[in-house]
Design a protein. Structure first.
Length: 130
């Protein structure tokens, strides 16, 4: 019986998530496509935000994720709105594969693609002995 309850809860979670995404889409909110490339020292994340102006992008870095939000005011072939008067809103929380430093984070936006470069947090630090 315990297994059945676990499966039921997982199915309910998937249904709630799907319903939430559909509701968000009806309100003009879309989860953009993104890609993560991890190297030895950094994480590069590219996010597709067609039709968004640089000033309409909001990035928030958390310890374990990056939140990307963008407002699309103009219609493009890849960004169509349900209603002409409602702007399209992109929003996604991207889980990070490892912890990152906050300070040297960089972001640039060109031709509908946002690229974020994050430096991985070094594990441990050296302590000088006096």
């Amino acid at each position: 019986m315990e297994d059945f309850e676990k499966i039921f809860e997982e199915m309910r979670g998937m249904f709630d998530e799907s319903l939430g995404r559909r509701r968000a889409r009806r309100m003009g909110c879309v989860e953009p496509l993104y890609n993560i490339i991890e190297s030895e020292n950094e994480i590069r994340i590219s996010v597709d935000l067609p039709g968004v102006e640089k000033d309409d992008i909001k990035l928030t870095l958390y310890e374990d994720s990056l939140v990307v939000e963008g407002l699309c005011r103009k219609e493009t072939p890849s960004a169509r709105r349900l209603f002409k008067e409602t702007p399209l809103y992109y929003s996604v929380r991207i889980p990070l594969p490892t912890k990152v430093e906050e300070e040297p984070a960089k972001a640039r936006y060109y031709n509908g693609i946002l690229e974020v470069i994050l430096t991985k947090r070094k594990r441990g630090r050296r302590i000088p002995v006096e």
